[in-house]
Design a protein around this ligand. Structure first.
Ligand SMILES: NC(=O)CCC(=O)C(=O)O
Length: 260
C-alpha cells in the first residue's frame, strides 16, 4: 500500500479555504498513484473552538460529500484526518474514512479530549474504537492526544489493526513527545503507524509537521519533514508477520497480570 501524508497548513476558522487546500492535495496525491491518502486533525476549521456553532460541519455532510466524490473519481482510499462536526446538538472531532469505491468505512469521534487546548470545554468525547478495512487490510484510526494512551492503541492492535492512522494538530513545543510516542506505539504493537501533523500556526500554537510513517520494526519511512507538502511511503505489509514471528509479543502477553 502506498500512503500519502498531506502535511498541510490549516487556516483558522476558514473551512471554505481549507476544503480547497485539502481537495487540491488529494488530487495531487491521487495523481502520484497513492492508494491511501491521509489528512491531519481538524483540517476544516483548525482549533476555532469558540466558532464551532457557526463553522462545524453539520452531520459531516460537506466532508462526506467531498471525500466520497474524490475517492470514487480518483479510485483512492481517504483517511480523512478529522473535522469539527455538529451532531445532535453536540460538537465532535470526527474522523471519516472512505474507501476507493466511495463507501464510508469508518466514522470515529476522538475519545480523549485535550484539556490543554480547551477541547473538553467545547466538544464531546467519542465512545467507540475505530477499526475498518481498506483494500482488505484491517486498520485502526485514532486522533492526536489519543496517542498518549497506549492502552487505547493496544485495544486497536488486539482487534486486528495492522496499520494505525493518527492525524494530529501537535504543537512544535512538544514535537519530541510526538516522535517518541509514535515510534513506541509502532514498535510495541508491531504495526505500521501513519501519523499526519499540520504546519502553520493558530492563535496559541506553532506547528512544524514532522508527519511520520513508521514500520513495525521501527524503521522511519517518513520523518523530519517540516514544510507543507505531500510525503509518500510504500508499506510492505508482509513485514508485520515477519516482525510478529521474530518476537511474538502477542503470544507472550500475560493479560492476567495487568490492570489489577
Ligand atoms: N490536538 C491535540 O490533541 C494535541 C495533543 C498534544 O499536543 C499533546 O501534547 O498531547
Amino acid at each position: 500500500m502506498k500512503v500519502a501524508c498531506i502535511q498541510m497548513n490549516i487556516i483558522l476558522g476558514e473551512p471554505d479555504q481549507n476544503y480547497e487546500i485539502a481537495q487540491k492535495n488529494i488530487i495531487e496525491a491521487a495523481n502520484h498513484q497513492a492508494d491511501t491518502i491521509v489528512l491531519p486533525e481538524m483540517w476544516n476549521t483548525g482549533y476555532a473552538l469558540d466558532q464551532l456553532d457557526e463553522l462545524a460541519d453539520k452531520n459531516g455532510e460537506k466532508t462526506i460529500e467531498l471525500l466520497t466524490s474524490l475517492a470514487k473519481t480518483y479510485h483512492v482510499n481517504i483517511v480523512g484526518g478529522s473535522v469539527a462536526t455538529k451532531k445532535n446538538g453536540q460538537f465532535f472531532n470526527t474522523m471519516y474514512v472512505v474507501d476507493r469505491f466511495g463507501n464510508i468505512t469508518a466514522e470515529y469521534d476522538k475519545a480523549h479530549l485535550f484539556k490543554l487546548m480547551d477541547e473538553h470545554k467545547f466538544m464531546s468525547a467519542g465512545q467507540k474504537v475505530n477499526i475498518f478495512e481498506l483494500d482488505g487490510v484491517t486498520c485502526g484510526g485514532v486522533i492526536c492526544y489519543d496517542l498518549r494512551f497506549p492502552e487505547w492503541i493496544r485495544t486497536h492492535a488486539l482487534k486486528g489493526a495492522n496499520i494505525m492512522f493518527i492525524p494530529a494538530e501537535w504543537p512544535k513545543k512538544r514535537i519530541d513527545h510526538w516522535q517518541l510516542l509514535l515510534q513506541a506505539r509502532a514498535v510495541e504493537n508491531q504495526m505500521f503507524v501513519v501519523a499526519v501533523n499540520r504546519v502553520g500556526a493558530d492563535q496559541n500554537n506553532e506547528f512544524n509537521g514532522h508527519s511520520m510513517v513508521i514500520a513495525p520494526w521501527g524503521e522511519l519511512l517518513v520523518h523530519d519533514q517540516t514544510d507543507a507538502g505531500i510525503f509518500y511511503a510504500q508499506l510492505d505489509l508482509q513485514e508485520i508477520d515477519r516482525v510478529r514471528k521474530t518476537i511474538p509479543i502477542f503470544q507472550d502477553r500475560r493479560p492476567e497480570l495487568y490492570f489489577e
